[in-house]
Write a protein that binds this ligand. Structure first.
Ligand code: SF4
Length: 192
């Protein structure tokens, strides 16, 4: 499965605003769900971003685990489940080869995910699943539990975290990259 490739919008090695602790974050490229008011429209095209081999992603993530003791990996988008085969290949290897926790943000609701081929295998690799379309008319008032809107659901699939752990996550962060770019990242970036 290491020959799979994931279409990636961005890889961030260190974030505090996308799940508990310091985490690597992958924003996948491509989403057709079209939530009005989506905060990340640049991730929508399935033709954009960069195709990256799962092997390469696993190497980068495992090195962060080994050398910098990060807490986990978060997957956001774009829509991760529109690349389910590659995502499953990635998360199964992360589970096998690291001790990192895994948080997945998806626009699909739990009922929709249940009907997908490979859903059970995928969910077995996930500690926290934030699921459902983003509804800009129903924002979650801080402190959030990683949901962007109230209609979304949070599933603590492994027992590794509690809702209180999620509520401790900062709602947003500002990152200055080595190229001097300024990014705003996190669940509640609207006011930033
Ligand atoms: S699922 Fe996420 S990336 Fe896709 S349109 Fe909705 S908010 Fe935007």
């Amino acid at each position: 499965m290491g020959g799979e490739r994931l279409r990636v919008h961005e890889f961030l090695p260190h974030s505090r605003a996308n799940g508990p602790g310091v985490r690597a974050v992958i924003w996948v490229q491509g989403c057709t769900l079209g939530c009005p008011g989506c905060f990340n429209p640049a991730t929508h095209s399935h033709a954009g971003g960069e195709l990256v081999r799962v092997d390469e992603l696993v190497e980068r993530i495992a090195a962060l685990d080994r050398e910098q003791a990060i807490e986990g990996l978060s997957i956001s988008g774009g829509e991760p489940l529109q690349q389910l085969d590659a995502l499953l290949a990635l998360l199964q290897r992360v589970r096998e080869e690291t001790t990192l926790s895994v948080v997945v943000f998806t626009g699909y609701a739990r009922e929709e995910i249940a009907g997908m081929d490979g859903a059970d295998e995928l969910l077995a690799c996930v500690d926290v699943l934030v699921a459902g379309r983003y509804d800009a008319s129903r924002p979650v008032v801080a402190p959030s539990d990683l949901r962007g809107s109230e209609n979304q659901t949070v599933d603590l699939l492994s027992g590794r975290y509690t809702l209180d752990d999620l509520r401790m996550v900062p709602p947003a962060e500002i990152i200055i990259t080595s190229q001097g770019e300024v990014w705003v990242s996190g669940v509640d970036t609207v006011e930033w």
